[in-house]
Design a protein around this ligand. Sequence first.
Ligand code: ITT
Length: 195
Amino acid sequence: MFDIYLASSNKHKALEIEEFLRGIARILIHEKYTSPPETGESFRENAIIKAKTLSHIIPEELVLGEDSGLVVPFLGGAPGVSSHRFSSSGDDEENIKLLIEKMRDAHDEDRKAYFVSYGVLMKGGKILWEGEGRVYGCIDYHQQGEQGFGYDPIFYYPPFKKTFAQLSREEKNRVSHRGAMLRQLRKFLEKQKEL
Ligand code: ITT
């Protein structure tokens, strides 16, 4: 069993990660961690910035940085690495409203989108493992569902005929970008005796 400190201030993300890694790793939050400015131009760069920030505080511990976001090709890749702060308030509800507004003229075929999750496992400032997960779906015309967070109420997942906000945490983890990233991390951890 590994103890991994998560470089995140997002409680929903922490719950998804904790649930996925249950049995192989304990996910811990460090009280001294505060979110650094996400100045990177890619999900990878931002995941490294987060992991390094926490690794600097606790160099002897394993830390995980995760950066994620929604990519909409019709909008030139937006909101992308700026997913959290797409609207000026950065509030989930405002972000969704802005996305619906920007997709006003998008027809069914223009509504394809995907989520990306990039994870970086670090110790003492060194990367031990890194990996990316994606999930493809489309932007719904209106919000549906109450679960999850962020853009989940308008991310429609065709194989389930539901939005991500209509899935339980366990169902979402099975198919999500974060689940795909964590599946690789889990495989890596299962091969390690100690880190
Ligand atoms: P930390 O940086 O502290 O981990 P954060 O919420 O700012 O928390 P990100 O920088 O990775 O995390 O931004 C991710 C944003 O992308 C998030 O706020 C959502 O708006 C969106 N997002 C990422 N994963 C998502 C998911 O599973 N469901 C819905 N929206 C998601």
